[in-house]
Design a protein around this ligand. Structure first.
Ligand SMILES: Nc1ncnc2c1ncn2[C@@H]1O[C@H](COP(=O)(O)OP(=O)(O)OP(=O)(O)O)[C@@H](O)[C@H]1O
Ligand SMILES: [Mg+2]
Length: 321
């Protein structure tokens, strides 16, 4: 079997308390999400802010509890027992958008990178120090022997994100969940960081879930892509299939937004904005229907993901007709 991770029907709702006496609302951050991550692949999760990308990553690592659904790592279901949690947390590492979310500014780099090894009681002190030097060299932070004594503020933003990558690599994880790992970096160093992640991903055949709203970096780094909209996967397939032949109007709009402006695209964008103002319960029927330029009557019922081509699935009543 070439899968390493599988999530089935994951669901996580949040209750948002109303302000100044207004009613509470339910946010369906992850709603019946299922997908498989294959060994050694980079699966991109893309979608606009609030579509539920980070929530999925947190559910996989069990840093938040799902309302329902299952997670399988190497065919074994992850439950809340200590052994099971340890297994997923050793094999699956997270890289956050902001390095300061995962590194303590008062710790030296050597201790930051060594911390996961200590938590999971890997090796003795000498072996841990050797591993720290090794991973710092892997992420090209050199001379590693000097870097270990520095503090995060003494490094550049790009270097700090390399520290985060080194820390994630220290335990030789099989999976890395990278949540917008380059979006806070200067454009000039973004490519370097992506190249480095790609090099290490290939060298160690690490499976990546790469979370981004940037389709250009998705195309560069990913093999498959799942497009999320309000907590649901609305299209999934090989990067080339989805980005060159997008079938869902939302995917089309996302791609139009980054392509060269031409009169037709501007027209579509305008239509999407106009529809957005309709007062519709987004969780009834197709979630995109309030913004969709192609909406028809049957969009009142929720479309399922259906196969349109090998590997390519889309949830839309209109484009699948
Ligand atoms: N702890 C929480 N309590 C209440 N609502 C939450 C919580 N965490 C997330 N949400 C809501 O769930 C939805 C999905 O959030 P999530 O952070 O997963 O989105 P995202 O796709 O990662 O967005 P971004 O691109 O901005 O990082 C949003 O509407 C968010 O406000
Ligand atoms: Mg997020």
């Amino acid at each position: 079997m070439n899968e390493i991770l599988r999530v089935e029907h994951l669901r996580k709702y949040f209750i948002k308390k109303g302000m100044f006496g207004s009613k509470s609302t339910t946010v369906k951050a992850t709603d019946d999400v299922s997908f498989t991550l294959r060994k050694g692949e980079v699966l991109v999760l893309a979608g606009e802010s609030g579509s539920g990308k980070s929530t999925i990553a947190k559910l996989i690592l069990k840093s938040i509890q799902a309302d329902s659904g299952k997670i399988f790592f190497e065919e074994q279901e992850i439950n809340n027992e200590k052994k099971s949690l340890e297994k997923i947390r050793m094999n699956c590492q997270m890289i956050h958008q902001d390095p300061y979310d995962s590194i303590n500014p008062r710790m030296q780099i050597g201790d930051i990178v060594s911390e996961p090894l200590e938590i999971h009681k890997i090796g003795n002190k000498k072996e841990r120090s050797e591993r720290v030097i090794e991973v710092l060299q892997e992420v090209k932070l050199e001379p590693a022997e000097e870097i270990i004594n520095k503090y995060p503020h003494m490094l550049s933003g790009g270097q700090r994100q390399r520290v985060v990558l080194a820390r994630a690599l220290a335990l030789k994880p099989k999976i890395i969940l990278a949540d917008e790992p380059v979006s806070m970096l200067d454009v000039s160093i973004r490519a370097e960081m992506l190249e480095l992640m790609q090099e290490l991903q290939k060298k160690y055949e690490i499976s990546f879930i790469y979370i981004t709203h940037d389709l250009a970096t998705a195309r560069y780094f990913g093999q498959r892509i799942a497009i999320l909209y309000l907590g649901k996967i609305i299209e999934i397939g090989l990067i080339n299939q989805v980005l060159t032949n997008p079938r869902h109007p939302y995917t089309q709009a996302l791609i139009d937004a980054i392509s060269e402006p031409d009169p037709e695209n501007l027209h579509k964008e305008r239509e999407i904005r106009i529809n957005e103002s309709k007062n519709i319960d987004v969780y009834q029927g197709c979630r995109f229907r309030a913004r969709c330029p192609y909406v028809v009557e049957k969009c009142d019922t929720e479309p399922n993901l259906e196969k349109i081509d090998d590997e390519h699935y889309c949830a839309c009543h209109v484009t699948l007709d």
